[in-house]
Design a protein around this ligand. Structure first.
Ligand code: CXF
Ligand code: ZN
Length: 366
C-alpha cells in the first residue's frame, strides 16, 4: 500500500515527507497504523549516517498505534489491538531464551541494517528500494510492518503519545537503573545527561529508593525537571568542571552507581573518578567511534569497579513494559512531564525545538 513516510535521503539532510510503497505483510509480519512515534537520539545518529544502511531510508523506532493487518502465522495480536512497538529480537537464541532479548544474537540483523535479515527491503519508491526495518519497524510513517517479538499490547488507558517512548528511550533509562544496575534502596547514583533517557533513569532511581540521585545536565529547565522527578542534587557542567570532585563534595565516598547517557569521553572520565569502591557504571550514551573504555584499569581493579554497556535497559519488553505502565498509572512514572507532541508533518521543526532544549521528548502524532 502507499504510505506517507519521513524519508532520510542523505546523511544529515532534513526529513522529507513522501509517498512510498509498503509491502503487504508477510506471514510473520504485522501492519500497524501508527498513531504516535517518539524521536530517539539514535534516529538522529542514524540520520547523520552513523548506522550501516543505505539511503534513502525510513527511520523511527518508538512507534505506537493500532494493528491494521496480520500475516497468516501471527497469533500474538489481532486487527484492532492497540500496540507499542519496540526493538526486534529472534525469540530463539540463548539470550532470547534466557529473558535477555536486548542481547539477541540477531540484534544487528533485525534492528540496525535497514532491511529484513534475508536482504529484502519492505519500502520502495518507484524502482528504488528504501531502507526499512529500522528496529524491526521504521515507524516514521503512517503505517509500519512489525513482528510478534517487537509488539506489546497496550491497555486502553495509556495514550499512544505516552506509550510510544516506552519502546526505547523510557525503558532504556528506567530499565537501565531498575534492571541493569538493579540499584538498591538507600544507594547513591550519578546520572549524566538529563534528556529523556536520563530523566527516565531519575524516575527509575526514585522507584528503586535511591537516597542520593545526582544529575549532571547543562540546560537549567532540564535540571529543574530532574529535581521535580526526584533528583536530590543537580549539577551544571559549567560549574562542575571537575565532576569527580563535585560528586565527592556531595557523597565523599563516591556513588554506588553511575548511568551515562552522554557517551562523551570527557564526562566519562569524570564519572570514573566519582565511583565508590565496587561502584558500577552503566553506559547507554553513544560515544564517538573508536572511543576507548574510560578510566584507569588499575583503579578499576583496585576498587573492584565495573564498567558495562546497557542496551534497552536490559528490558524484556513483554515483561517490563507492563511494569512501567503500572508505575505510570500509579503516578511514579509521570511521562507527561517529558513528552511534547508535534504533528508528524512538523518532524523537522520538532527536532530543532528539542535541539534548542525547548522540550525533552518529541513525540510525533499522526
Ligand atoms: C541504540 C543504543 C546504542 C547502540 C545503537 C542502538 N539503541 C536505541 O536507541
Ligand atoms: Zn532509541
Amino acid at each position: 500500500m502507499q504510505v506517507t513516510a519521513a524519508v532520510t535521503r542523505a546523511p544529515g539532510a532534513a526529513f522529507e515527507l513522501a509517498s512510498v510503497e509498503l509491502d503487504e505483510p508477510r506471514a510473520d509480519e504485522v501492519r500497524v497504523r501508527i498513531a504516535a512515534v517518539g524521536v530517539c537520539h539514535t534516529d538522529l545518529v542514524a540520520r547523520e549516517g552513523g548506522m550501516p544502511f543505505a539511503m534513502p531510508a525510513v527511520l523511527g523506532h518508538e512507534g505506537a498505534g493500532v494493528v491494521d493487518a496480520v500475516g497468516a502465522a501471527v497469533t500474538k495480536v489481532k486487527v484492532g489491538d492497540r500496540v507499542a512497538i519496540t526493538f526486534r529480537s529472534c525469540g530463539q537464541c540463548a539470550r532470547c531464551q534466557s529473558g535477555d532479548p536486548a542481547y539477541c544474537y540477531m540484534m544487528p540483523a533485525l534492528n540496525y541494517i535497514g532491511m529484513r535479515p534475508d536482504g529484502s527491503k519492505a519500502l520502495h519508491e518507484g524502482q528504488v528500494d528504501v531502507s526499512s526495518n529500522f528496529f524491526g519497524q521504521s515507524s516514521f510513517a503512517t503505517y509500519a510492518l512489525a513482528y510478534e517479538t517487537n509488539l506489546i499490547r497496550l491497555p486502553d488507558d495509556i495514550p499512544f503519545e505516552l506509550a510510544a517512548p516506552l519502546g526505547c528511550g523510557v525503558q532504556t533509562g528506567a530499565g537501565g537503573v531498575m534492571l541493569a544496575l538493579g540499584a538498591k534502596a538507600g544507594s547513591g547514583i550519578l546520572i549524566t545527561g538529563g534528556g529523556a533517557v536520563g530523566l527516565s533513569a531519575v524516575m527509575g532511581a526514585k522507584i528503586q529508593g535511591c537516597s542520593t540521585i545526582i544529575v549532571l545536565e547543562p540546560h537549567a529547565e532540564r535540571r529543574a525537571l530532574a529535581s521535580a522527578l526526584g533528583a536530590t542534587h543537580v549539577l551544571d557542567p559549567a560549574q562542575a568542571s571537575d565532576l569527580a570532585a563535585a560528586v565527592r563534595a556531595i557523597v565523599a565516598t563516591g556513588v554506588d552507581y553511575a548511568f551515562d547517557t552522554t557517551g562523551r569521553p570527557e564526562v566519562l572520565s569524570g564519572v570514573m573518578g566519582a565511583l565508590a569502591p565496587k561502584g558500577v557504571l552503566g553506559i547507554v550514551g553513544i560515544p564517538p567511534a573508536g572511543t576507548p573504555l574510560p578510566g584507569d584499569l588499575g583503579t578499576v581493579l583496585t576498587f573492584g569497579q565495573t564498567v558495562r554497556g546497557i542496551i534497552e535497559g536490559d528490558s524484556d519488553p513483554d515483561e517490563f513494559l507492563p511494569v512501567l505502565i503500572e508505575h505510570w498509572r500509579a503516578g511514579r512514572l509521570p511521562l507527561e512531564k517529558l513528552v511534547k507532541t508535534y504533528p508528524f508533518a512538523e518532524i523537522n521543526q520538532a527536532i530543532a525545538a528539542q535541539h534548542h532544549g525547548d522540550c525533552v521528548k518529541v513525540v510525533l502524532t499522526l
